[in-house]
Write a protein that binds this ligand. Structure first.
Ligand code: GLU
Length: 227
């Protein structure tokens, strides 16, 4: 097991995400990474090893929206190449879980011209975001999730959507918390201890668009259940 953290608000995101990742260390991990969006520019740092392997670099990651990941490798060796966040075009994604149909998806995506830079099952998710990108992140997220079999908690950033984290879960936990300066995402409640006043546990199959001042949660039919 391993973890996901996200933050969008008025503070610098990298230290907030880093702090949450440190609190998830007990879940086990072999590599770590963060992505921060600064305007329309994505910065990504990935390292093999412990969470503090990225400590030196987070000071240089500017931006108030970010996602982070600790990985427990299931597909592909524990290495920097396979560490998350994984990129495709305008997108950076983190994923916990296993994409069971990744072989078929990878063949399809390669036939569509996507080039893989890792050995993970998770990279298929990043390329699916790019494949289904029509400029509406909500619809792109729904299209991606429809293609996935297996278990996942996902958080994604898009260079064309500088104020929002897209998230989804199925058979892997994911929660959203509201703090004084913005919203947080995490795999479990201890990661957000002391940072948030309220917590919403996403239901199985839920998707979410998380902004600095609001969160929209919807199901696979696209019906909003919390705004
Ligand atoms: N299956 C993915 C991988 O091996 C995610 C593993 C995880 O949950 O950390 O990269």
């Amino acid at each position: 097991m391993c973890g996901i953290v996200g933050y969008v608000g008025t503070r610098q995101a990298a230290p907030e995400v880093y702090r949450g990742l440190l609190r998830l260390e007990y879940r086990g991990y072999d590599s770590v990474g963060l992505a921060v969006l600064n305007g329309s520019s994505l910065g990504v740092v990935r390292k093999k090893g412990k969470v503090d392997a990225v400590r030196e670099e987070i000071g240089g990651m500017i931006g108030t929206i970010g996602i982070g990941h600790t990985r427990w490798a299931t597909h592909g060796a524990p290495s920097e190449r396979n560490a998350h966040p994984l990129r495709s075009g305008k997108f950076a994604i983190v994923h916990n879980g296993i994409i069971e149909n990744y072989r078929a998806l990878r063949e399809e995506l390669e036939a569509n011209g996507f080039v893989f830079s890792s050995d993970t099952d998770s990279e298929t998710i990043a390329h699916l975001f790019a494949l289904y990108d029509r400029g509406d992140l909500r619809e792109t997220l729904r299209a991606v999730v429809r293609r996935l079999e297996g278990s996942f908690a996902i958080a994604a950033l898009c260079e064309g959507a500088p104020n929002v984290i897209a998230a989804a879960r199925r058979n892997s936990p994911l929660i959203v918390g509201r703090g004084e300066t913005g919203y947080y995402l995490a795999s479990d409640i201890p990661a957000l201890a002391g940072c948030v006043q309220t917590v919403t546990v996403l239901k199985n199959g839920d998707m979410a668009l998380v902004c600095a001042d609001r969160v929209q949660i919807f199901d696979d039919r696209g019906e909003v259940r919390r705004q």
